[in-house]
Design a protein around this ligand. Structure first.
Ligand SMILES: [Zn+2]
Length: 247
Protein backbone atom coordinates (compact mmCIF):
# COMPACT_ATOMS: atom_id res chain seq x y z
CA UNK A 1 0.00 0.00 0.00
CA UNK A 2 2.69 2.43 0.88
CA UNK A 3 5.22 1.06 -1.45
CA UNK A 4 5.73 4.32 -3.16
CA UNK A 5 6.08 6.14 0.05
CA UNK A 6 8.66 3.71 1.23
CA UNK A 7 10.80 3.64 -1.79
CA UNK A 8 10.47 7.06 -3.12
CA UNK A 9 11.35 10.03 -1.12
CA UNK A 10 8.50 12.34 -0.29
CA UNK A 11 7.98 13.69 -3.67
CA UNK A 12 4.76 14.97 -4.85
CA UNK A 13 2.79 11.88 -5.14
CA UNK A 14 -0.34 12.51 -6.84
CA UNK A 15 -2.99 10.10 -7.14
CA UNK A 16 -5.22 8.69 -9.46
CA UNK A 17 -8.41 10.21 -9.57
CA UNK A 18 -6.88 12.29 -6.99
CA UNK A 19 -3.77 13.72 -6.10
CA UNK A 20 -2.66 17.18 -6.11
CA UNK A 21 -1.84 17.77 -2.57
CA UNK A 22 1.70 18.02 -1.44
CA UNK A 23 1.90 14.97 0.60
CA UNK A 24 -0.08 12.40 -1.10
CA UNK A 25 1.44 9.14 -0.28
CA UNK A 26 -0.84 6.61 -1.67
CA UNK A 27 -0.81 4.37 -4.50
CA UNK A 28 -3.75 3.17 -6.36
CA UNK A 29 -3.76 -0.04 -8.13
CA UNK A 30 -6.32 -0.70 -10.63
CA UNK A 31 -7.26 -4.06 -11.61
CA UNK A 32 -8.51 -4.53 -14.96
CA UNK A 33 -11.86 -3.96 -15.96
CA UNK A 34 -15.07 -5.51 -16.16
CA UNK A 35 -16.49 -3.54 -18.75
CA UNK A 36 -18.73 -3.96 -21.54
CA UNK A 37 -19.22 -1.93 -24.50
CA UNK A 38 -19.44 1.48 -25.81
CA UNK A 39 -22.05 3.82 -24.96
CA UNK A 40 -23.87 5.79 -27.47
CA UNK A 41 -23.00 9.36 -27.89
CA UNK A 42 -25.91 11.48 -28.35
CA UNK A 43 -26.07 15.10 -27.86
CA UNK A 44 -27.46 16.63 -24.90
CA UNK A 45 -27.49 20.12 -23.76
CA UNK A 46 -26.97 20.14 -20.21
CA UNK A 47 -27.33 21.91 -17.10
CA UNK A 48 -25.38 21.51 -14.01
CA UNK A 49 -25.11 18.19 -12.40
CA UNK A 50 -25.80 19.32 -8.96
CA UNK A 51 -29.13 18.73 -7.55
CA UNK A 52 -28.99 18.77 -3.86
CA UNK A 53 -31.49 21.46 -3.33
CA UNK A 54 -33.89 20.66 -6.02
CA UNK A 55 -37.21 19.26 -5.30
CA UNK A 56 -38.34 16.93 -7.91
CA UNK A 57 -40.94 14.31 -8.06
CA UNK A 58 -39.83 10.81 -7.54
CA UNK A 59 -38.99 8.80 -10.55
CA UNK A 60 -37.74 5.27 -10.77
CA UNK A 61 -34.08 4.75 -10.13
CA UNK A 62 -31.96 5.12 -13.17
CA UNK A 63 -30.34 1.94 -14.23
CA UNK A 64 -30.63 2.28 -17.92
CA UNK A 65 -27.00 2.76 -18.65
CA UNK A 66 -27.76 5.31 -21.32
CA UNK A 67 -24.79 7.59 -21.53
CA UNK A 68 -24.96 10.90 -23.31
CA UNK A 69 -22.11 12.97 -24.61
CA UNK A 70 -22.26 16.68 -25.23
CA UNK A 71 -18.79 17.22 -26.59
CA UNK A 72 -17.36 18.19 -23.22
CA UNK A 73 -18.36 15.30 -21.01
CA UNK A 74 -20.41 12.16 -20.68
CA UNK A 75 -23.44 12.06 -18.48
CA UNK A 76 -26.43 10.04 -17.49
CA UNK A 77 -29.85 11.26 -16.53
CA UNK A 78 -30.24 10.79 -12.81
CA UNK A 79 -33.32 11.02 -10.67
CA UNK A 80 -32.88 14.72 -10.17
CA UNK A 81 -31.03 15.73 -13.29
CA UNK A 82 -27.87 15.18 -15.20
CA UNK A 83 -24.97 13.35 -13.56
CA UNK A 84 -21.54 13.71 -15.13
CA UNK A 85 -19.63 10.48 -15.56
CA UNK A 86 -15.84 10.48 -15.60
CA UNK A 87 -13.82 7.32 -15.51
CA UNK A 88 -11.23 5.55 -17.63
CA UNK A 89 -13.80 4.99 -20.36
CA UNK A 90 -15.44 8.38 -20.20
CA UNK A 91 -12.97 11.23 -20.52
CA UNK A 92 -13.56 14.95 -20.49
CA UNK A 93 -12.69 17.32 -23.31
CA UNK A 94 -9.31 18.96 -22.79
CA UNK A 95 -10.88 22.40 -22.84
CA UNK A 96 -13.54 21.54 -20.32
CA UNK A 97 -12.62 23.70 -17.37
CA UNK A 98 -15.67 24.61 -15.31
CA UNK A 99 -13.66 25.43 -12.20
CA UNK A 100 -14.86 24.56 -8.76
CA UNK A 101 -18.59 23.92 -8.68
CA UNK A 102 -20.01 26.44 -6.19
CA UNK A 103 -22.79 24.22 -4.93
CA UNK A 104 -20.42 21.30 -4.48
CA UNK A 105 -17.89 23.52 -2.76
CA UNK A 106 -20.48 24.86 -0.34
CA UNK A 107 -21.56 21.33 0.53
CA UNK A 108 -17.95 20.29 0.91
CA UNK A 109 -17.20 23.15 3.27
CA UNK A 110 -20.11 22.17 5.47
CA UNK A 111 -19.03 18.57 5.56
CA UNK A 112 -15.46 19.52 6.33
CA UNK A 113 -16.49 21.90 9.11
CA UNK A 114 -18.75 19.25 10.63
CA UNK A 115 -15.95 16.71 10.64
CA UNK A 116 -13.58 19.14 12.27
CA UNK A 117 -16.23 20.05 14.84
CA UNK A 118 -16.59 16.38 15.67
CA UNK A 119 -12.92 16.16 16.43
CA UNK A 120 -11.57 14.42 13.36
CA UNK A 121 -8.00 15.44 12.61
CA UNK A 122 -8.81 17.14 9.37
CA UNK A 123 -7.05 19.98 7.65
CA UNK A 124 -8.98 22.95 6.40
CA UNK A 125 -7.27 22.60 3.08
CA UNK A 126 -8.44 20.23 0.40
CA UNK A 127 -7.82 19.34 -3.20
CA UNK A 128 -10.65 20.19 -5.55
CA UNK A 129 -10.81 21.38 -9.13
CA UNK A 130 -7.86 20.50 -11.28
CA UNK A 131 -7.49 21.57 -14.89
CA UNK A 132 -6.59 19.31 -17.79
CA UNK A 133 -3.20 21.00 -17.97
CA UNK A 134 -2.51 20.48 -14.29
CA UNK A 135 -3.42 16.83 -14.54
CA UNK A 136 -1.27 16.46 -17.66
CA UNK A 137 1.73 17.77 -15.74
CA UNK A 138 1.11 15.46 -12.82
CA UNK A 139 0.57 12.42 -14.92
CA UNK A 140 3.64 13.12 -17.00
CA UNK A 141 5.80 13.45 -13.95
CA UNK A 142 4.64 10.04 -12.78
CA UNK A 143 5.25 8.48 -16.13
CA UNK A 144 8.76 9.89 -16.10
CA UNK A 145 9.42 8.57 -12.64
CA UNK A 146 7.69 5.31 -12.76
CA UNK A 147 6.84 4.35 -16.30
CA UNK A 148 3.44 4.55 -17.86
CA UNK A 149 2.16 1.17 -16.78
CA UNK A 150 2.79 1.94 -13.15
CA UNK A 151 1.61 5.51 -13.42
CA UNK A 152 -1.69 4.36 -14.82
CA UNK A 153 -2.32 2.41 -11.68
CA UNK A 154 -2.48 5.46 -9.49
CA UNK A 155 -2.60 8.58 -11.61
CA UNK A 156 -5.34 9.54 -14.01
CA UNK A 157 -4.35 10.48 -17.52
CA UNK A 158 -5.21 14.06 -18.43
CA UNK A 159 -8.88 14.29 -19.26
CA UNK A 160 -9.73 11.31 -17.07
CA UNK A 161 -9.62 12.87 -13.65
CA UNK A 162 -12.88 13.47 -11.88
CA UNK A 163 -11.25 16.53 -10.35
CA UNK A 164 -11.52 18.25 -13.73
CA UNK A 165 -15.28 18.47 -13.25
CA UNK A 166 -15.00 20.67 -10.17
CA UNK A 167 -17.23 18.17 -8.38
CA UNK A 168 -14.58 16.04 -6.68
CA UNK A 169 -12.70 16.81 -3.50
CA UNK A 170 -9.94 15.11 -1.57
CA UNK A 171 -9.98 15.48 2.17
CA UNK A 172 -6.63 16.21 3.73
CA UNK A 173 -5.77 15.22 7.27
CA UNK A 174 -4.22 17.45 9.89
CA UNK A 175 -0.76 16.27 8.89
CA UNK A 176 -1.28 17.25 5.29
CA UNK A 177 -1.82 13.76 3.94
CA UNK A 178 -4.81 12.39 2.16
CA UNK A 179 -7.36 11.37 4.75
CA UNK A 180 -7.08 7.71 5.63
CA UNK A 181 -7.53 7.51 9.36
CA UNK A 182 -10.00 4.62 9.70
CA UNK A 183 -12.48 6.23 12.04
CA UNK A 184 -12.70 9.35 9.95
CA UNK A 185 -12.82 7.36 6.75
CA UNK A 186 -15.61 5.24 8.15
CA UNK A 187 -17.57 8.29 9.19
CA UNK A 188 -17.11 9.80 5.76
CA UNK A 189 -18.18 6.62 4.04
CA UNK A 190 -21.47 6.63 5.91
CA UNK A 191 -22.23 10.32 6.14
CA UNK A 192 -20.92 11.92 2.94
CA UNK A 193 -24.27 11.33 1.28
CA UNK A 194 -25.96 13.57 3.80
CA UNK A 195 -24.04 16.40 2.17
CA UNK A 196 -24.66 15.22 -1.38
CA UNK A 197 -21.40 13.31 -1.79
CA UNK A 198 -20.40 9.74 -2.39
CA UNK A 199 -17.08 8.14 -1.59
CA UNK A 200 -16.23 7.41 -5.18
CA UNK A 201 -13.66 4.62 -5.05
CA UNK A 202 -14.75 1.85 -2.79
CA UNK A 203 -12.74 -1.14 -1.62
CA UNK A 204 -13.12 -4.27 -3.71
CA UNK A 205 -14.41 -2.28 -6.65
CA UNK A 206 -11.19 -1.56 -8.51
CA UNK A 207 -12.26 -3.56 -11.50
CA UNK A 208 -15.36 -1.43 -11.83
CA UNK A 209 -14.15 2.06 -10.99
CA UNK A 210 -10.65 1.62 -12.40
CA UNK A 211 -9.03 2.79 -9.19
CA UNK A 212 -7.99 1.38 -5.91
CA UNK A 213 -10.07 2.43 -2.95
CA UNK A 214 -9.58 6.05 -2.01
CA UNK A 215 -11.12 6.84 1.34
CA UNK A 216 -10.50 10.56 0.90
CA UNK A 217 -11.96 11.20 -2.55
CA UNK A 218 -15.57 12.29 -2.60
CA UNK A 219 -17.70 13.24 -5.55
CA UNK A 220 -20.62 15.61 -5.42
CA UNK A 221 -23.86 14.21 -6.79
CA UNK A 222 -26.59 16.09 -4.95
CA UNK A 223 -29.69 14.47 -3.53
CA UNK A 224 -29.27 11.21 -5.34
CA UNK A 225 -26.07 10.60 -3.38
CA UNK A 226 -28.26 9.06 -0.70
CA UNK A 227 -29.81 6.63 -3.15
CA UNK A 228 -26.40 5.66 -4.40
CA UNK A 229 -25.04 5.26 -0.89
CA UNK A 230 -27.96 3.14 0.19
CA UNK A 231 -27.56 0.92 -2.85
CA UNK A 232 -24.01 0.09 -1.78
CA UNK A 233 -23.01 0.35 -5.42
CA UNK A 234 -20.35 2.31 -7.21
CA UNK A 235 -21.41 5.12 -9.50
CA UNK A 236 -20.78 2.86 -12.49
CA UNK A 237 -22.90 0.03 -11.12
CA UNK A 238 -25.68 2.28 -9.95
CA UNK A 239 -26.13 3.93 -13.32
CA UNK A 240 -25.15 0.88 -15.29
CA UNK A 241 -22.29 2.54 -17.14
CA UNK A 242 -18.98 1.03 -18.20
CA UNK A 243 -15.93 1.65 -16.07
CA UNK A 244 -12.75 -0.25 -15.28
CA UNK A 245 -9.57 0.20 -17.22
CA UNK A 246 -8.75 2.28 -20.27
CA UNK A 247 -9.89 0.87 -23.55
ZN1 LIG B 1 -9.28 12.76 -5.60
Amino acid sequence: MKRILLCAVPILLLLAACGSKPTETKQSSSSSSTVESQESSQHQTSTSSSASTETTTETPQTVSGAVNHNGSYYSVEGKYGEVIIVNKKHPLASDYAPGENPEAKAAFSTLQADMIAQGFALSQSYSGFRSYETQAGLYQSYVSQDGQANADRYSARPGYSEHQTGLAFDLIDASGNLLEEPTAAQWLRHHAHEYGFIVRYLPEKEGITGYMAEAWHIRYIGKEATDIYESGLTLEEYYGVPGGDYE
